[in-house]
Design a protein around this ligand. Sequence first.
Ligand SMILES: [Fe+2]
Ligand SMILES: [Fe+2]
Length: 211
Amino acid sequence: MQALKVGSGGIRLHHAYRGGLLQHILSVLGLTSRLTEHYSRLDPDLLVAGAILHDIGKIEELTAARRIGYSTRGQLVGHVALGLEILERHVAGLEAFPLALKSVLQHLIVSHHGEMEKGALREPMLAEAVVLHALDELDARLEQVWRLIDLAPAGEEWTAYVPSLRRQIYCASTNAAAGHQENGKEEMAWEMDQLKTCYQLREQGLNFAVV
Ligand SMILES: [Fe+2]
Ligand SMILES: [Fe+2]
């Protein structure tokens, strides 16, 4: 449980700070409950399970000992396979856990990245898996976009180019709102340094990328 409380949601791209994983899980959970109000055919229990389990392997994939990074097993195996392993350990302790349900839970984990090129072992094959992938992607991208805006120097109209998104982000519309999230800024020294360098280089007319 402690690992889940302090675990990071990633190294750089999204929720990359202590507690980020739990924040991401809670956010996806909140979204699933709103979506099941809209789409009554969705199975809310499966979505809750998927929201909690889809990235659970990150508690073993990532380490925050000194700074956030990959554990050896995380580097070698990845959070999708580690998530399957964690599920297996827990299911093994439950008497006569239905195999069909275990298979669906496994599917939610292996398909949550959506596409094979993005690390999914299977593309989503049931409605709840389609939803889980979409909400996971939405939550990750929004956290990334807002973090990049928050880290941009005050008054900047655009962030530097973001390779992982293949675009710059427009800051001006949200500068006024200033709903900056302070979460984990102290965890992002590396990123702050990189951003500072990018913006310094940009002042000199060179358009360098940020993550
Ligand atoms: Fe993931
Ligand atoms: Fe996720």
